[in-house]
Each structure stands twice: as structure tokens, then as C-alpha cells.
Design a protein around this ligand. Structure first.
Ligand SMILES: [Mn+2]
Length: 351
């Protein structure tokens, strides 16, 4: 930061979230970085990827951005999102010889969860992993995992400061979207004083909360709201009402014409019911597997629950993917969830 004094909160935030020095060195040395994120992209991973790419470009690098899955329409509206490549386009770039990436940067997930981008990431001599998922406990490369961060966007914010990149309106907007996405528009428990101060800082740098909210949340297809109607009709709960769920079949999604990535948010509806401890969304994916989104009101650690089912995530928001048909997956996940809820309640009574 050239000359002017850093705000006290910012200095404290940067002390609390200090990237490993070798990670900063790797980012400074990256000339041709390949930046990737997880499948079913969300505002945090895309916003983080765009802001970091724009920041590294400012430092003279020529970043290449990849998303394994197509972007939901709303995310494609974020500044610079048109530069994000599909894995197919990345393969062409690699074949044309422009894919001599010196550094791979994986944001918001474990490197192996980057799907079709993973083979390209492995080609880079240096790998950097920046994430805030507590289930990201080990893995290759230079790691910086901070489960205390509300969003990977907070960590990218710290990185850009440490690299002395002055935020412009595009970077600020992308980081604001990242924060908005993972905090449920600053409504979830992970929303810290730091999160709100960073958000204010981003607004000062040109992010528009109103515009970003319209872009991200009030820009749905007609078929999205129609599909919501169908999903709501699948709503069920268990006998004591502590678990509620909805599901989407492949046919429902196909009929809507929406990409699968658009529908994850439907898990908010079972979650908003009074008395529900765990809300679930089951979705049949095109590859025949069942994707499950898990949300907790706080007593049940759904990161643990998801890891028992082969997935991962955060204490209050996680996911997993199961083989087999919808009914089998639902039976298995509901049984595990019943057990987790019973354990959490028993533990709370013991206290
Ligand atoms: Mn995230």
C-alpha cells in the first residue's frame, strides 16, 4: 500500500488472515497462471477467480481462467466472466501451445475437485490452493486453507492487498459477489465484522450492492420459478420435523431447460421451515449420480455428515455425491442425517 496509512481493521484482518509467504512468492512469480475452481460454480468461486485473475493481470501476468461447468447466467454477467474458458477450450489452448501454464491456482476447493480441469492443473510445475472449506485438510501444492473465512473471496481480498494491487471497480464487484454468495447476502452466521468491513471497502471501490443483488438474485428465467413450483411439491419432512428435503429428477431439470448449476439454491426452502435442523436437496445429475446439498441450522455439523457420505464442505453448508438411484441415495442420506441429528440433540442435552 503506497504511502497512505492502512485502516486499523484492515491491518488486523491481514494479520488474522496472513497467506504463507511462499504462496505470495508463487503468485508474484506467476507469468502464465491457470486459475480454476470447483464444479457447479457459485458466486464465491467465480468472483474470487475473476478478481484474482484481474489482480494478477495488473501485476503483468497473463492469467487463464477455467470453469469445468458452464456458468449460470447470472455469474456470466460478472465483470470479466466472458474470459472464463470451458475445459474443451482449455484443451484447444493446450494443443495450440498457449497452455504453458507456469502456476496453477485452485480456488474454493481441493485441487482434485476441479473436475475436467484437473488434468491441466497437474501440468503446471507450481500448484497453489486457496480455500476456506474445513474439509480441505490435505492435498498437493502450496496450501492456504482458512476455515474461519466466510468466503474464499475474503482470502483473495487479503492476497490482493498483500500483493499491493489497488482494487478497481471490477475486482471490487467480483469480490463483493463472492462475499454475497457465501454469506447468503450477509445473512448467515459466517458473516463477521471483517466480512462487513471488507464489503464496505469494496463498495467504496465501486461495487454496487443493489446492482449485484439484481444480477445475482433477480434475474431468473421464467422456467426457474416454474421449476421452483415443482420442487416445492416434492417437499417432505421426517416424523419429528427436524429434517426436511426436496428433490429434483433429471426429467424435471431437463424440462426446465436450466443448467443443473441453477438449481442448488432451492435448498433454501426446506431450510426456512421452523424447527428444521437439517435441510437437504437431492438432485439427479446427468451422469446418473445423485448430488446432495446439506444445510444445517447450527446444531448438526453437516461438514462431518457429508464427509461420512464421501463429500465435504462447511459446518452449516456441505455437499456430497452418491452412486445409485434417487430413492436409494435418499434412504441412505436420510438415515445418516437422522443419526447425526439424534447425536447432536443428545450432545446438547448432556451439556
Ligand atoms: Mn466458498
Amino acid at each position: 500500500m503506497s504511502g497512505h496509512a492502512q485502516a486499523e481493521w484492515l491491518a488486523e484482518f491481514l494479520r488474522r488472515f496472513a497467506a504463507p509467504p511462499q504462496l505470495l512468492v508463487a503468485l508474484r512469480n506467476a507469468r502464465r497462471p491457470l486459475i480454476a475452481c470447483h464444479e457447479d460454480p457459485d458466486p464465491d468461486c467465480i468472483g474470487s477467480m475473476l478478481a484474482l485473475g484481474q489482480g494478477l493481470a495488473r501485476l503483468g501476468a497473463r492469467p487463464c481462467l477455467v470453469s469445468t461447468d458452464p456458468l449460470p447466467w447470472a455469474l456470466s454477467q460478472l465483470p470479466g466472466a466472458d474470459r472464463i474458458l470451458s475445459p474443451e477450450r482449455l484443451a484447444e489452448a493446450a494443443a495450440e501451445g498457449v497452455g504453458a501454464w507456469d502456476t496453477a491456482i485452485v480456488l474454493d476447493c481441493e485441487p482434485a475437485r476441479t473436475g475436467k480441469a484437473w488434468p491441466f492443473i497437474q501440468l503446471a510445475p507450481v500448484l497453489v490452493n486457496v480455500d476456506h472449506h474445513e474439509t480441505n485438510r490435505s492435498g498437493p501444492g502450496i496450501r492456504w486453507v482458512e476455515p474461519g473465512a466466510a468466503a474464499t473471496g475474503e482470502l483473495v481480498f487479503a492476497l490482493l492487498h498483500s500483493l499491493s494491487v489497488e482494487l478497481d471497480a471490477s475486482m471490487a464487484s467480483n469480490l463483493f459477489a463472492a462475499l454475497q454468495g457465501d454469506t447468503g447476502s450477509f445473512q448467515f452466521e459466517n458473516t463477521s465484522a471483517h466480512t462487513l468491513r471488507i464489503a464496505a471497502h469494496l463498495v467504496e471501490r465501486g461495487a454496487s450492492p443493489g446492482e449485484l443483488s439484481r444480477v445475482l438474485y433477480e434475474n431468473r428465467e421464467f422456467s426457474y420459478v416454474q421449476l421452483l413450483g415443482e420442487v416445492i411439491r416434492t417437499l417432505q419432512r421426517n416424523s419429528d420435523g427436524r429434517i426436511a428435503w426436496v428433490y429434483l429428477t433429471r426429467e424435471m431439470i431437463a424440462r426446465s431447460g436450466l443448467p443443473a448449476s441453477e438449481v442448488e439454491g432451492f435448498v433454501r426452502y426446506p431450510r426456512m421451515i421452523r424447527g428444521v435442523e437439517v435441510a437437504l436437496l437431492f438432485r439427479e445429475s446427468e451422469d446418473g449420480r445423485i448430488r446432495v446439498s446439506l444445510r444445517s441450522r447450527g446444531r448438526v455439523n453437516v461438514a462431518e455428515l457429508a464427509s461420512r457420505l464421501g463429500g465435504g464442505g462447511h459446518t452449516r453448508a456441505s455437499g456430497c455425491t452418491l452412486e445409485g438411484d434417487l430413492q436409494t441415495a435418499m434412504t441412505r442420506v436420510l438415515a445418516e442425517t437422522e443419526r447425526a441429528v439424534a447425536q447432536a440433540l443428545a450432545r446438547d442435552i448432556d451439556r
